[in-house]
Design a protein around this ligand. Structure first.
Ligand code: NAP
Ligand code: ZN
Length: 347
């Protein structure tokens, strides 16, 4: 029998999220049933709930930073057992056969991966995410949360963690590399912690100096306000890698001027509208203007293990489910330190 569980859903682009009930499928042979303990609030949840990236399929239960405990496993599941601590991120399925899936890059599945929410599952039904009490996910899209990382601080690693870990690894963040992180919110604060743990010299480029003390505590060596034009003069040609987590329009030419020769400006933030830049800003200096989309399941597990080894979790503010709309407003006002996480026991 499918199980009905409590959730919080967006019912239109303009109304607040409200209590809702969602049906979870029967546990199939390859499925893992998870009692969700915590669900992080990613800015992508807000973009989706408000149809900022295109019309959402309402009602939709968002949330793709899921941490919980296994309550049931299907007969063919080999990697998980009841009681295991597990996480689920932005994807819950993919074709598993195309060149990208077999290479471990399920996020680039040629058939299109199945998103944790606002997507359609292989059973033809809409998917619903983490702002709920439980979820059923095929084993291949479940990650193990190592002992030593509490579930509340682990939840945001499933999106904010992997989304910043992946480009930092890809572009070689490490000893001798100067890495700047633009925006110190949910993704940004993880980028600071991870890049510092990888051995890079980390600079935060934030709108103001309000969070400087935190930035330095989380592992940055330098912290600058982008509202001060002197910042751009002072840091010209400085960085090997800039990770941009901002979802608003920026003066990309100004930020590109901060890269060293052969440096890369990697976007993980996703503004609603097209952006523009002068090609001169890229060509002069052999620079890269790049993007990065979450990470594959194998790499997500690698990131979780890396976090356990380095004692890294997210900085979180745990909230009750009925505070989610307030939390959205605070995220939009850059007033988050540094990830809201819903305690699903309050649903
Ligand atoms: P967030 O917590 O809201 O953080 C964004 C930060 O950007 C803010 O804390 C703020 O930092 C800065 N910022 C906000 N408005 C700004 C403005 N107008 N100008 C300059 N800086 C501004 O959001 P998040 O959850 O980290 O997500 C960030 C973006 O990444 C979103 O667009 C999200 O959808 C996207 N995302 C992408 C992926 C992917 O796979 N690529 C995965 C997850 C999320 P300061 O206060 O320090 O300036
Ligand atoms: Zn996310």
């Amino acid at each position: 029998m499918p199980t009905t569980v409590k959730a919080y859903a967006a019912t239109s682009a303009t109304e607040p999220l409200t209590p809702f009930e969602v049906e979870r499928r029967d546990v199939g042979p390859k499925d893992v049933a998870i009692d969700i303990k915590f669900a992080g609030i990613c800015h992508s949840d807000i973009h989706t709930a408000r149809s900022e990236w295109g019309p959402a399929n309402y009602p939709v239960v968002v949330g793709h930073e899921i941490a919980g405990i296994v309550t049931e496993v299907g007969s063919e599941v080999t990697r998980y057992a009841v009681g295991d601590r597990v996480g689920v991120g932005c994807m819950v399925d993919s074709c598993g056969e195309c060149k990208n899936c077999t290479a471990g890059s399920e996020q680039f599945c040629l058939q299109g991966n199945v998103g944790t929410y606002n997507s359609v599952g292989k059973d033809g039904r809409p998917t619903h995410g983490g702002y709920s009490q439980a979820i059923v996910v095929t084993e291949g899209f479940v990650c193990r949360i190592p002992d030593g990382i509490e579930l509340d601080v682990a939840a945001p690693l499933l999106c904010a963690g992997i989304t910043t870990y992946s480009p930092l690894r890809h572009w070689g963040a490490g000893p001798g590399k100067k890495v700047a992180v633009v925006g110190m919110g949910g993704l940004g604060h993880m980028a600071v912690k991870l890049a510092a743990a990888m051995g890079a010299e980390v600079t935060v480029l934030s709108q103001s100096l309000k969070k400087e003390e935190d930035g330095l505590r989380l592992g940055a060596t330098h912290y600058y306000a982008t509202s001060d034009p002197a910042t751009f003069e002072q840091l010209k040609g400085s960085f090997d890698l800039i990770v941009n987590t901002v979802s608003a329009q920026l003066d990309f030419d100004a930020y590109l001027s901060l890269l060293d020769v052969n440096g890369a400006f990697v976007n993980v933030g996703l503004p609603e509208d097209p952006v523009s830049l002068r090609m001169f800003s890229v060509v002069m200096g052999n620079r890269s203007f790049a993007g990065s989309n979450i990470g594959g399941i194998r790499e997500t597990q690698e990131m979780l293990d890396f976090c356990a080894e380095h004692g890294i979790g997210s900085e979180v503010e745990v909230i009750a489910a009925d505070k989610v709309n307030e939390a959205y407003e605070r995220v939009l006002a850059s007033d988050v330190r540094y990830r809201f996480v819903i305690d699903t026991a309050t649903l």
